[in-house]
Each structure stands twice: as C-alpha cells, then as structure tokens.
Design a protein around this ligand. Sequence first.
Ligand SMILES: Nc1ncnc2c1ncn2[C@@H]1O[C@H](COP(=O)(O)OP(=O)(O)OP(=O)(O)O)[C@@H](O)[C@H]1O
Ligand SMILES: [Mg+2]
Length: 346
Amino acid sequence: MKILAFETTCDETSAAVMTGQALRSNVVFSQIKLHRKYSGVVPELASRAHLEKIPFVLSGALGAAGIKLPLKQGAVDAVAFSRGPGLPGALLVGRVAAETAAELSGAPLIGVNHLEGHLLACEFENGRAVRRLEFPLAALIVSGGHTEIWHARGYGDYKVMGRTRDDAAGEAFDKVAKLLGLPYPGGPEVEKWARRAEGHGPVFPRPFMAGTWDFSFSGLKTAVSYYLAKKTGASTHDLPAAEKALVCRAFQDAAVETLVKKTADAARALGLKRIAVGGGVSSNGALRGAFGALEGFEVRFSHRSFCSDNAAMIALCALRRLEAGKFANSLRVAPDLARPGWKTKG
Ligand SMILES: Nc1ncnc2c1ncn2[C@@H]1O[C@H](COP(=O)(O)OP(=O)(O)OP(=O)(O)O)[C@@H](O)[C@H]1O
Ligand SMILES: [Mg+2]
C-alpha cells in the first residue's frame, strides 16, 4: 500500500510517501523566513509560496521513495491531502495537487482533517508508524490555530470536550513574543528565553475557567501586555534581558499549567488513563516536563520533528482509514473539497 500525501494548511508546504507502515519520505518547506518580517502568517503570501514550492516538495518526496515523475497509472494506491482546517487559498493548492496526482495515478483521493494528523503523528518512531495509539484516550491538540481536548475513542472517532474560545495557545506564545520584540514564530523563542530566567519574577493568572473544558488565552496575553506597559511605558524592546526572561518564564508557566491541568481533569472525568498531545506547541520542553510529571497517566508525544505541520502525519491518517476499510472517494462525491473552518464535532 503506497500513499502519497500533501500538507498545505498554513505555512509549511509538504509532501510525503508511506509504503505500508514505513515512512519513505517527508519533505517539508517552511515559509517562516517569508512571514517573519510581518510577525505572523500573511495568507496571500502563503498561498503563493505553496504554489511555488509544491512541485519541489512533490518531486523530492517521490524521488526519495523511488517513484518516477510523471506519475503513471498505479504508481500509488491512494492520494491524501489536508482538507482543513486551514487558510482557504493555501488549502486550495494542496487540494489541486492531490486531485491531479489522483487523476494521473488512478488512485482514490482521501481528504484528511489536519488536526487528526497532529494526533496520529505520535505513532511515528524511527521512520515507521509502529507506536500505535491505544484507545480510548484524552487528546490535547495544541497548535498555532487550535487548542482542543478530545475524547478519542478510536481512529476517526473523536468528540471535542473543549476548545479555545479566543486565542489558541500557540497564538498566545506568538503574541507574547511579539510584545517582547522576539521574532516569529514566538513559541520556540519564549521557551528559549524562559530557560534563561533566574530568581523571582511576575506571576500571571491561570485562565482555568471553572465548569467547562474550554480554554481562553487572550486574557493571559493581555495580562502580559499590561504588565509590560506598566513596567516599561511605550517600548518593551528596551526591557533588560533578565526581565524579558522572567516574563517569558511566567507566561509559559501559566500557559503550561493551564493546558496540563485542564487535560488531566478532563481525562479523569472521562475515566481515561491515557493522554496524547500533538501540534506545534507540543514540542515545548516545559509542557512535556509537566505532562511527564503527572501521576497515574501514560502520556504520549510525537517526536519533535513531527510536532509542526508535515505531510507524513496526513499519509498516516489516510493509511489508518484504509486499514479500517473506511474512506470516501471525495473527488467524486464532495463539491466542497477544501474545508477552511472544519470543526471536529463537539
Ligand atoms: N517550543 C515551542 N513552545 C511553544 N510553542 C511552540 C513551540 N514550537 C512551536 N510552537 C508554536 O506552535 C505553533 C505552530 O504549530 P503548528 O504548525 O502545529 O500550527 P498551525 O499548523 O499553524 O496551526 P493548526 O495546526 O492549528 O492549523 C506556533 O504558534 C508556534 O509558536
Ligand atoms: Mg498545524
């Protein structure tokens, strides 16, 4: 079973090939440099960059898997793509590439939910999808655009228990970094600066919100912004390095504690002993440490190289669906092939 997959939901252009459980290739072009000067992703620039780079990631992924271009009938057994959620223009590029590859190879086309990809990325180990998730489990999807807790009952069987009502956790990391004059993407920068913090610093409120599994991170970001305004007046760029580090640590502590406590509480309420964490923010060392310290749970993370967007995780979602004998040949049945605001059922 050979699967070719595309990922173009946001600012990574990626193609991957899996043969059975083996990941044969996973080529990712990151657009970070392009968007850095705007301190965030510019959708139109992202779409154009996907269009420019998709031929290269495709030929790279196929070449590494020993598949020749142009694609011939039967060259692959299925073509998968991230159908949503994501930026409309960016999704369109992946969808058209996938439709074309499916048409040329005569293979079925499988539209995958990108967030499921972030969850299943936990299964890769040494280039093979062999660390199968054991269900049921509580999943925390924590990325640049989403922060959701799922009750995952099996492959493709997810119920959303809570989601952010405003900013995603990754977005909050990015915005706090921007307030501090740190480059985009802010998550890794905040983590790096937090590690340098020494001594006492500010403590920011934990936005737990009792009585719901939903999250809210915009108040925490505002608390950081008020703190900085009080401390520095107009320009935070003059903040001494030691102070910057303390603010990063204080913000990260508040975000991590909220994410871990809410997920653990939800898992306990559902009687679940297993937790899996996926998405860009899941590469954060403090988050991994805090989940690791939880007693009574088996917690899974993906390898750091699979936390951010990649097509390998999309190929894997398609593989699990094919193994279960479940997939729709959406090329022929669905008029709305791209789903920018795709929401997992609550
Ligand atoms: N070490 C880190 N600590 C905290 N946040 C991080 C870290 N590394 C990356 N991030 C954050 O992860 C986000 C990117 O993750 P990802 O690529 O999964 O998001 P996305 O694809 O843009 O959004 P979505 O998956 O919701 O569509 C950014 O907000 C980035 O700052
Ligand atoms: Mg993502």
